[in-house]
Ligand binder design. Structure first.
Ligand SMILES: *Cc1c(COP(=O)(O)O)cnc(C)c1O
Length: 367
């Protein structure tokens, strides 16, 4: 068996230990004689899996007691509708929602929200081709916004918030909503600074099909009447994420990933490793004219690193050589072009080192 270094943006690499444990437990979970996939979501076995996953996630992120953790389906794209359906009802209609447009994913969120509210783009880096997070001082927030939406890590463009924006002075208590799909659990955050945090699992947590929502108590219970019941946070919260059948196997794998993260020393230790991994790659890209990354240094993502070869006619040869070395999924997103290396929590430093070694080797041959 050969395991490759998988630089996919998502679904993405998972810790090998987790996959091994899941394989060992596949046919018979803890003497139950069943696979987790075959269990009732209301049985005591699955409830124990669910409760452990919830508890471990709460520990890892330091989620305060006045926040609920919901395990949903629908992905990050689903939340682009589910969030307004749950939050715009707090204001008289049509409500205004503020967005900061930092790349492809916030642009998608804006487009979807327009079905449910008036959108105010408080700041945008579109004119700079999304190569930097617009400075907080430049945001034109609406005092009466129902909420303020940001995407804290733009998976496609490769920009990341390196701080939590403070919006209290410019709004009448609008909650900050963050799409953290592609960097949740990669760095320490202060959950209490946010009203809602959401993320699809397939980037940095586990299998596709699971979506996490962390929401402050007082923001639950004001869904618009047209909100689908399965996505009404109050119904979901009151039923401990079992209003409808949750994605049970994905929750189980996410739970194993949470246990793995704890064994690694938790989010703080992971963040130190992610800083080191990102530095290894960016430092090399910056040291040569053969490759480039054009993101403003203070906005560079630690998770998704887009880069270009100076001579783009070499792109195919670059990818073919990478594949020979078991370095996979390095082709950039079609909207940006070039290359992209996604180096999530589960990408070991050895993988990043192997990529840097290959970058050097390829440059030597073609530079
Ligand atoms: C991948 C991603 C999404 C979309 O997730 P889906 O599960 O495909 O709906 C949304 N936001 C961000 C930041 C992402 O990286």
């Amino acid at each position: 068996m050969t395991r490759v270094f998988n630089f996919s943006a998502g679904p993405a690499v998972l810790p090998q230990e987790v996959l091994q444990q899941a394989a060992e437990e596949m046919l018979d979970w803890h003497g139950s004689g069943m696979s987790v996939m075959e269990m009732s979501h209301r049985g005591k076995e699955f409830i124990s899996i669910y409760e452990a996953a919830e508890r471990d996630l709460r520990d890892l992120l330091g989620v305060p007691g006045n926040y609920r953790i919901l395990f949903l389906q629908g992905g990050g794209i689903g939340e682009n509708a589910i969030v307004p359906l749950n939050l715009v009802g707090r204001k008289s209609q049509p409500a205004v929602v503020d967005f900061v447009n930092t790349g492809s994913w916030s642009s998608k969120s804006i487009k979807e929200a327009k079905k449910y509210c008036q959108v105010n783009v408080a700041a945008s880096s579109e004119a700079q081709k999304f190569t930097a997070i617009p400075p907080r001082e430049s945001w034109k927030l609406s005092r009466n916004a129902a909420y303020v939406h940001i995407c804290t890590n733009e998976t496609i463009d490769g920009v990341e918030f390196q701080y939590t924006p403070d919006i209290a002075a410019d709004t009448d208590g609008a909650p900050l909503v963050a799409d953290m799909s592609s960097h949740i659990l990669s760095r320490e955050i202060d959950v209490s600074k946010y009203g809602v945090i959401f993320g699809g699992a397939q980037k940095n947590i586990g299998p596709a099909g699971l979506t996490l929502v962390i929401v402050r108590d007082d923001l639950i219970g004001q869904a618009l009447p047209i909100c689908p019941s399965a996505f009404d946070w109050k119904l979901v919260a009151d039923n401990n994420s079992m209003y409808n059948t949750p994605p049970t196997y994905a929750i189980y794998i996410a739970g194993l990933v949470f246990q793995w993260l704890k064994r690694q020393g938790g989010v703080k230790a992971m963040e130190q490793r992610n800083i080191a991994k990102a530095a290894l790659l960016y430092d090399y890209l910056d040291s040569t004219g053969f490759y480039s990354n054009n993101i403003a240094k203070e906005s560079r993502s630690r998770m998704n690193v887009p880069f270009f070869l100076k001579d783009e006619t070499l792109n195919e040869a670059f990818l073919a050589g990478a594949k020979e070395r078991n370095l996979l999924q390095l082709k950039g997103h079609k909207s940006v072009g070039g290359m992209r290396a996604s180096i999530y929590n589960a990408m070991p430093v050895e993988g990043v080192q192997a990529l840097v070694d290959y970058l050097k080797e390829f440059e030597k041959k073609h530079g």
